[in-house]
Design a protein around this ligand. Structure first.
Ligand code: RAT
Ligand code: ZN
Length: 423
C-alpha cells in the first residue's frame, strides 16, 4: 500500500488518482454562516431555508419580476413554495445556486424515483437540525471543521458566549467579525456601551484602551481563529480617518497581542438595491493599494484576503507573491460558480503553487455545504489534474503521496498553519 503511494504515476493515471485524493481529503471550511445546533435558530437547515437563500431570492425576483415588497410580506413557507414554482417549475434550475439545491436534495436522497414535485420536495422539510443531522451532513460534504461568523456587537452572541464552557462545540470555530467597528462606528459605540464598555469615537489613549479591552474580552471568550472585516471600495489606508485610527490603534495592537490574523473580504457593495434586503448586496472592483500599504506598514500582521470582483483576482494573486504574510482564500459569493472557480483556481495554482486556500463555502444553510464542496472538489480535481499531468510529462515523478500532501494543504492545512492553530 505504502509503496503504491510512492510509485511514480503515469500521466494517464493521474486524473483518477487526483480525483480520489481530492474526494477523500477532509476540508476545513474557513468562512461560513453556520453555527452549532446548540445555538438554536442560528443554524438554518431544511428545504425552506435552502429555497429562501438570498442568492435564490434575487434570482426568483428577477425571473418573475414580482414586487420585492410583496415577497417580503409572505410567510417563509409561502416564499419557499413561490421560489420553487418560479425557479424550478417555470424554468429549469440552471443557475449555480438553483442547481445546488437539486444536487443537495439528490445527495441527501430525499427525492426518490425522480419525483421532483413540490409536494415530494417539501416532505423533506425539517425543523431545527439535530446534532446527528449536523454530523451526517458534514460527513456527506467531507467537512471536518467549520468556521462561524461571530458578531461581537450582537447582544444575542454576547449572551451565548458568556454562558461559558457550554458555548463551545466540537468542529465549530469562532471568527470575530468587526464590520460594525470599521464600517458603522456609531452603531458599534452604542452596542459596546450596552455591553458595559465606556467607548466612544474620541481618539484618546483612554478610548483606545477601552476598545482594546472590548476586543480582547471577546477574543478571550471565543478564541477566534481570525478577526474579519468585509468592505467595499471606500477604503483608504493610511490616511487621517477614524477608520485608520481604529486600525492603527485598536485592531492591529489587539491582533499582535493575541497573535491573530486579520481576514479581509473586499469588494462588496452593500444594499445596491435595498428593496431586495439580504439579497440586495452587489459587487465592486476595489483598489488593492490600501491592502498593499497595510502589508508594508505591518509586516508582522498576517492577512487572509478574498476579493469579490473577478477584476481583482489577478492583482490580488500577484500581491500574494510579494507578501508571504498574505494568504488568499475563496471564490466568494458571485465567484462561487463552476466557470469562475476554474479560471481563478487555475490562475492561483499557476502563480502560487499550492500555497493558498481555494475555497470557503459561505454556507448559510447547513445542507449547502454538500453542493458547495462537491463543486469545489470537482473544480480542484480538474485544475490539479492538468497541472500534475504537465509535471509528469515534463519528467517530474508525481506520486500519490505528493498529491495527498498538496491537497491536504489546500483543503485544510494551509489555513491552520497560517493562523498558527491546530484543529
Ligand atoms: O456570500 C454570502 O452569503 C454573503 O451574503 C455574505 O455572507 C458574505 O459572505 C459576508 O460574509 O459578508
Ligand atoms: Zn459570508
Amino acid at each position: 500500500m505504502t509503496s503504491q503511494r510512492h510509485r511514480r504515476l503515469a500521466p494517464q493515471d493521474i486524473p483518477a488518482v487526483v480525483r480520489q485524493v481530492v474526494k477523500r481529503t477532509p476540508v476545513t471550511d474557513i468562512h461560513t454562516h453556520l453555527y452549532p445546533p446548540a445555538m438554536g435558530d442560528r443554524l438554518l437547515s431544511g428545504i425552506e431555508a435552502l429555497l429562501t437563500y438570498h442568492y435564490l431570492i434575487a434570482e426568483a425576483l428577477r425571473s418573475d419580476r414580482q414586487d420585492a415588497d410583496a415577497f417580503w410580506t409572505r410567510a417563509t413557507s409561502d416564499q419557499a413554495a413561490w421560489i420553487w414554482r418560479v425557479l424550478f417549475e417555470h424554468q429549469s434550475p440552471l443557475s449555480e445556486a438553483a442547481r445546488g439545491v437539486v444536487h443537495t436534495l439528490s445527495r441527501l436522497g430525499v427525492v426518490r424515483d425522480g419525483a421532483w414535485t413540490w409536494e415530494a420536495v417539501r416532505a423533506a422539510a425539517r425543523r431545527a437540525a439535530t446534532p446527528d443531522d449536523v454530523e451526517r451532513v458534514l460527513a456527506l460534504a467531507g467537512v471536518d471543521q467549520v468556521v462561524m461568523t461571530n458578531d461581537p456587537f450582537d447582544p444575542e452572541e454576547r449572551a451565548w458566549w458568556w454562558r461559558g464552557a457550554e458555548a463551545r462545540a466540537a468542529r465549530f470555530y469562532a471568527s470575530l467579525r468587526i464590520d460594525r467597528l470599521l464600517n458603522q462606528p456609531e452603531s458599534a459605540v452604542a452596542q459596546a456601551r450596552q455591553q458595559g464598555y465606556a467607548v466612544s469615537l474620541d481618539r484618546t489613549a483612554a478610548n483606545r484602551a477601552e476598545w482594546q479591552r472590548f476586543l480582547s474580552d471577546w477574543i478571550t471568550q471565543t478564541t477566534p481563529v481570525y478577526v474579519a472585516w468585509s468592505l467595499g471600495a471606500d477604503w483608504e489606508f493610511p490616511n487621517e480617518s477614524l477608520r485608520t485610527w481604529f486600525l492603527d490603534e485598536v485592531v492591529v495592537p489587539v491582533l499582535e497581542t493575541h497573535e491573530l490574523a486579520l481576514a479581509l473580504m473586499m469588494g462588496v457593495e452593500r444594499q445596491v438595491n435595498p428593496q431586495l434586503r439580504d439579497a440586495g448586496d452587489g459587487v465592486v472592483t476595489v483598489s488593492l493599494a490600501p491592502l498593499e500599504a497595510l502589508l508594508r506598514t505591518y509586516p508582522q500582521i498576517r492577512v487572509l484576503a478574498t476579493a469579490l470582483a473577478r477584476e481583482n483576482q489577478h492583482e490580488l494573486t500577484v500581491l500574494a507573491r510579494k507578501f508571504p504574510q498574505l494568504m488568499i482564500f475563496g471564490c466568494w459569493w458571485f465567484l462561487n460558480t463552476t466557470s469562475l472557480m476554474r479560471e481563478i483556481t487555475a490562475m492561483r495554482v499557476e502563480l502560487l503553487g499550492p500555497t493558498f486556500i481555494p475555497q470557503h463555502s459561505d454556507a448559510r444553510v447547513l445542507e449547502q455545504v454538500i453542493y458547495k464542496w462537491d463543486l469545489t472538489r470537482e473544480v480542484l480535481a480538474h485544475v490539479l489534474s492538468d497541472r500534475y499531468e504537465a509535471l509528469a510529462t515534463a519528467g517530474w515523478p508525481v506520486t500519490e503521496d505528493a498529491i495527498q500532501r498538496d491537497v491536504r494543504g489546500l483543503l485544510s492545512q494551509n489555513f491552520w498553519d497560517f493562523v498558527r492553530r491546530s484543529p
